[in-house]
Design a protein around this ligand. Structure first.
Ligand SMILES: *Cc1c(COP(=O)(O)O)cnc(C)c1O
Length: 223
C-alpha cells in the first residue's frame, strides 16, 4: 500500500458513507467513521490524520501504546476507540490511552473501568458489546441481558454508556443483527450504534449505524 493509495481509499470510504447515508434518508454527519488502524503504523496512519480525520480504532492495548502516545501528542484532538477485547488487569492502561471503549461486555470489566475512571478522573464514553449471533467464541453479552447490563453499568457504576456495538457472525447476512442491535438500543434509550465494517458498513448505515468501524477498505488487507 502506498500512502497516496491509503488517502484515496479513505476518501472513497467517506464518499461511500455519504452516499449510503443519503440513500437511507439520513444526514451524512449522523454517521461517524472509526478508521481501524490495527496492524498499521505511523507511516500509514499519519497521512489519514493529515486529511483532517481524527477518530481511530485499535483492538490491542500493547500495540496501541507503541504508536498512539506520540501521535496523540502531535495531534491533540485524536479520539481513540478501543474495539477489541479488554482484560481487567489492563483497564488502567486502557483508560489512560483511549477516549472511547466500545467493548464493555461483562461485570468484571465494567467494574474495573469504572474504578479506573474514578482513579484517573477521566470519564470515557463506553459502548456495550452485544453478541447478537450468540457465538460461543465471540465477546459480548447475550441480547436478552442487554437491559439489565446497561442499567448496571449506567445506574450502579455511573459509566457513561452512550450506545451498543456488535460484530455479526461472518457467514450470515448482517441486516437482522443490525436490526436487533437497533431495537435493543431503542429499548434502552441509547442513541448510538457502532455497527458495520469494511464488508458491511453500508448495510450498517441503512439500519441506523452512527459509527462504522472500517479498517482494510482504508489501509489495505492485513497480513
Ligand atoms: C478489525 C476490526 C474492524 C475493521 O475490520 P475491517 O474488515 O478491516 O474493516 C472493525 N471492528 C472490529 C471490532 C475489528 O476488530
Amino acid at each position: 500500500m502506498t500512502k497516496a493509495n491509503t488517502v484515496s481509499r479513505y476518501k472513497d470510504v467517506c464518499a461511500q458513507i455519504d452516499a449510503a447515508a443519503k440513500s437511507a434518508g439520513r444526514q451524512s454527519d449522523a454517521v461517524q467513521l472509526v478508521a481501524v488502524s490495527k496492524t498499521y503504523f505511523e507511516d500509514d496512519i499519519e497521512p489519514v490524520i493529515e486529511t483532517g480525520h481524527r477518530i481511530f480504532g485499535e483492538n490491542r492495548i500493547q500495540e496501541s501504546q507503541k504508536k498512539w502516545p506520540a501521535l496523540k501528542e502531535k495531534y491533540s484532538d485524536i479520539e481513540l476507540h478501543l474495539i477489541g477485547p479488554l482484560q481487567s488487569n489492563k483497564a488502567g492502561e486502557a483508560v489512560a490511552l483511549f477516549d472511547v471503549i466500545e467493548t464493555v461486555d461483562r461485570e468484571k470489566i465494567a467494574n474495573a473501568l469504572a474504578g479506573e475512571m474514578r482513579k484517573q478522573d477521566r470519564q470515557l464514553d463506553v459502548y456495550i458489546q452485544v453478541n447478537t449471533g450468540m457465538e460461543e467464541q465471540k465477546a459480548g453479552i447475550a441480547p436478552q441481558q442487554t437491559g439489565p447490563f446497561v442499567s448496571f453499568c449506567r445506574d450502579d457504576l455511573q459509566l457513561n454508556v452512550v450506545g451498543l456495538m456488535c460484530i455479526p457472525p461472518a457467514d450470515e447476512n448482517p441486516g437482522p443483527h443490525f436490526a436487533l442491535l437497533r431495537k435493543l438500543a431503542r429499548e434502552n434509550k441509547l442513541d448510538k450504534l457502532s455497527m458495520g465494517m469494511s464488508g458491511d458498513f453500508e448495510t450498517g448505515i441503512e439500519f441506523g449505524a452512527t459509527l462504522v468501524r472500517v479498517g482494510s477498505a482504508i489501509f489495505g488487507s492485513r497480513a
